[in-house]
Write a protein that binds this ligand. Structure first.
Ligand code: NAD
Length: 261
């Protein structure tokens, strides 16, 4: 897909990777970019800059997501590209205990990192299927393919997001629906900075949000399911699937190195 003349929705568009996507899509000639975020002021600022519309939405709220999708469709006639990009990246309450985070933290991560994708697809698919075309890009993370040391909450919910995207692609591919998952390692955003700079995903280099957007545009053009701004992630996936136990051993060693034992 080329975004020129397309109607695009980007959640988490007020900041970080989402804001970079909004700016890049506008620059590449999108017909309209809807900037969606719970941070209404941030969304409005990005929308004003690019001539798009701003939507203040908590994406973990099913009804609010459905209303936003219906509102964009009513105003623009259709949604060509739906980018579910908003995410939360809480570390575990005790990084030496994978089950330590409180239920509320798990619930928030499920709501944003997984159920957002379900709610948005549920609302957008009928229009896309009726037109026989549509593109869904879900921002996941390399953590959804590999793991995130120090955050079972993030790893688990991002793995679930991969599973849902696979189901979307398998179930709706023959109806003209394209699906991609964006799975970067470190990208220099507020989320990464909040996690500190000793994160394992930083070992392969931190990209700027604009570099991440470049990878998205290239991946959308190729209509590839897997968009990997850090291409090395593919070799890590191959090692994981080739010998799971050996990969787990390697991850334990990496964990000891990163977290200091
Ligand atoms: N930064 C990284 O290193 C990195 C790496 C891999 C994947 N990701 C993923 O990229 C996506 C974007 O993250 P980012 O790094 O740009 O972070 P960010 O914190 O800069 O931006 C996230 C945006 O999502 C919004 N948001 C969060 N919860 C929301 C909710 N409930 N409703 C609506 N909006 C909400 C925030 O307000 C913010 O504007 C996330 O899904 C994240 O998991 C980030």
């Amino acid at each position: 897909m080329q975004v020129k003349d397309k109607v695009v929705v980007v959640t988490g568009g007020a900041d970080g990777i989402g804001a970079a996507l909004c700016r890049r899509f506008a620059k590449d000639g999108a017909r309209h970019v809807a900037v969606v975020d719970r941070n209404g002021e941030g969304a409005a600022a990005v929308a004003k800059e690019i001539g798009g519309s701003a939507w203040t939405v908590d994406v973990s709220d099913s009804a609010a997501v459905a209303a936003m999708i219906a509102g964009v469709e009513a105003a623009q006639g259709r949604i060509d590209l739906l980018c579910c990009n908003a995410g939360v990246g809480d570390g575990d309450a005790d990084r030496n205990n994978a089950a330590s985070s409180p239920d509320a933290v798990w619930a928030r991560a499920w709501g944003v990192n997984v159920m957002q994708h379900v709610y948005a697809a549920r609302a957008a698919l009928p229009g896309m299927i009726a037109r026989g075309e549509g593109y869904i890009l879900n921002t996941v993370s390399a953590a959804g393919l590999l793991s995130q040391i120090g955050s079972a909450v993030y790893s688990t919910t991002k793995h679930a997001a991969v599973g849902f995207a696979e189901s979307l692609a398998i179930t709706h591919g023959d109806q003209g629906i394209k699906v991609s998952i964006l799975c970067p390692q470190g990208v220099d955003t507020a989320m990464l900075r909040a996690g500190g700079d000793n994160q394992p995903q930083n070992l392969d280099g931190v990209l700027t949000p604009d570099q991440c957007a470049d990878a998205v545009v290239a991946g959308l053009a190729e209509e590839k399911f897997l968009i990997l701004p850090h291409p090395v992630v593919l070799s890590y996936m191959q090692r994981k699937t080739a010998d799971y136990d050996r990969w787990l051993g390697g991850m334990r060693r990496l964990r000891a190195k990163v977290l200091g034992g």
